[in-house]
Ligand binder design. Structure first.
Ligand code: AMP
Ligand code: MG
Length: 479
């Protein structure tokens, strides 16, 4: 990476926004995975990154010219409790590059050693969670869902100590920015209105250049968040830790910890071992995203107006758009999933009725919609009566659509993935890598998930739900 590669706008903000420090070197960097297409998109040379020098950079053993490493300060509500100081405890932002599409992207090492924000943590990441984030974030990107990306994964050669001793690893994460709702909360909690304004202006310039007021900024963030959560629900994604420090202001999915994709459809599904009360269950995500947006709005009050009442009125007006934005995006997406090109009264009821049947029968969500498009969903039901009755109504509704059968099927294939990162596959890939240093299942899984909407006959098994003995009930945090 040459010095002109980087243009570090966040590092030009005042000192209290971050701590300056380099990554802590590791014993024996070894490249596990390099995302060559992404490197290319970022204007970086994949061969350089794969060279010993490049791998040293990806491990944190060498700071590239032009990089100004910083750990960002932020706060956040964790499971509803406000923590005034969190911050990058194990991540270090190397800098920003402008990609081939003209988009500014952060390049960050996750697991790069302790920072002033580490609290009691070691600043490191274990191989398992690094591979998990790599697989799922790249799968989300292939599914067309806004997300941070994974540029590389390296082994450090150092052990990390969790419940057991595990191999250490570093993930290179790429994001439109790492600014979170919690970043705004950091300044709001300190009554640092000047800092807030600098941050908000930075965000407008970087992510929402068409927002001409802070209220418009708020509305735009709300819109992206509502659309993002609708997209999650449409593919059965459960984030698992929707704390305000894990909510990207740019509207990308960020912080892949105990996240997972639902197999059998049920809105109450929870995987995260730390989510005891189901706060972040699949079906609660819209409500929680709205709650997070309310917390964001609170931080903006001093910028909205000097008059507290007027500021509150503006914030509430903006916040009230969340629920409609979400419902519109969710309903439109569900309509596409059952092959509708137009919208009519009764569509919402029709799609909800199907979801109810899937819940009642414990049917696999992804497979049900994919098969629906292929005309063979019926076989998924041991007792198909409910489905048959629904299917008759669906046929009647389809008859009102202008498109022919072939066009509908093609559209449904693009709305309903065949391949999602199913838990049992993710776990199997991680286990092979961690326990046997066998990265073949990891590679194969990534390859399949790169084309989620295409039939891949050789890998048809990846479309199957887990058998009873393969089911995964709990996922664990990345810490
Ligand atoms: P997360 O649950 O991954 O979103 O992290 C919540 C907070 O804990 C963030 O401030 C992280 O930087 C911090 N954190 C998580 N794991 C570690 C670790 N191993 N060492 C230091 N800080 C950590
Ligand atoms: Mg986090």
């Amino acid at each position: 990476m040459a010095s002109h590669t980087f243009d570090n706008s966040y590092a030009r903000l005042p000192d209290r926004f971050y701590a300056r420090l380099p990554p802590t070197p590791v014993a024996a960097p070894r490249l596990i995975k390099l995302n060559r297409p992404l490197a290319h998109q970022l204007g970086l040379d994949p061969d350089m990154l794969a060279s010993p020098e490049g791998v040293d950079m990806l491990a944190g053993n060498r700071v590239a010219e032009g990089s100004e490493p910083i750990a960002l300060a932020y706060a956040g509500h964790q499971f509803g409790n406000f923590v005034p100081q969190l911050g990058d405890g194990r991540a270090i932002l190397l800098g920003e590059v402008v990609d081939l599409g003209g988009v500014r992207r952060d390049i960050q090492l996750k697991g790069a050693g302790p920072t002033p924000f580490s609290r009691r943590g070691d600043g490191r990441a274990a191989l398992g969670p690094v591979l998990r984030e790599y697989i799922i974030s790249e799968a989300m990107a292939a599914l067309g869902i806004p997300t941070t990306r994974s540029l590389a994964a390296v082994l450090t050669g150092d052990p990390v100590y969790r419940e057991t001793v595990l191999p250490g690893a570093v993930l290179t994460r790429v994001a439109s920015s790492h600014i979170r709702v919690g970043t705004f909360q950091f300044f709001a909690a300190r009554s640092d209105t000047e800092g807030l304004k600098l941050l908000a202006d930075h965000v407008i310039a970087r992510h929402y250049p068409d927002a001409s007021t802070y209220k418009e900024l708020y509305e735009r963030v709300i819109a992206r968040q509502a659309e993002l959560v609708a997209k999650w629900l449409l593919v059965g994604f459960i984030h698992g830790v929707m704390n305000t420090d894990n909510v990207s202001i740019a509207g990308e999915t960020i912080d892949y910890g105990p996240c997972a994709f639902m197999d059998a459809f049920n809105p109450a599904t929870v995987f995260s071992s730390i989510d005891q009360y189901g706060r972040y269950a699949y079906g609660k995500q819209p409500e929680i995203a709205g709650w997070n947006m309310a917390r964001f709005g609170e931080t903006l009050l001093p910028l909205l107006s000097e008059d507290r009442e007027a500021a509150l009125a503006q914030a509430n007006e903006a916040l009230s758009t969340f629920s409609d934005r979400f419902s519109t995006a969710w309903q439109a997406g569900l309509g596409r999933k059952i092959g509708l090109f137009t919208e009519r009264e009764g569509d919402a009821e029709l799609t909800q009725a199907l979801l109810k049947i899937l819940t009642d029968h414990g049917t696999d969500y992804t497979l049900a919609f994919r098969r629906l498009g292929e005309g063979d969903a019926r076989g998924l039901f041991e007792e198909p009566a409910d489905f048959d009755a629904w299917s008759a109504r669906w046929r009647e509704r389809l008859a009102l659509e202008p498109q022919d059968e072939a066009a509908r099927r093609a559209a449904m294939r693009l709305a309903n993935p065949a391949y999602i990162p199913r838990n049992h596959r993710v776990e199997a890939a991680i286990t092979a890598a961690v326990e046997h240093e066998d990265f073949t299942p990891f590679e194969e899984l990534n390859a399949v998930l790169a084309k989620p909407f295409e039939e891949q006959p050789a890998f048809a098994a990846y479309a199957e739900p887990p058998g009873p003995e393969q089911r995964v009930f709990r996922t664990f945090c990345g810490t």
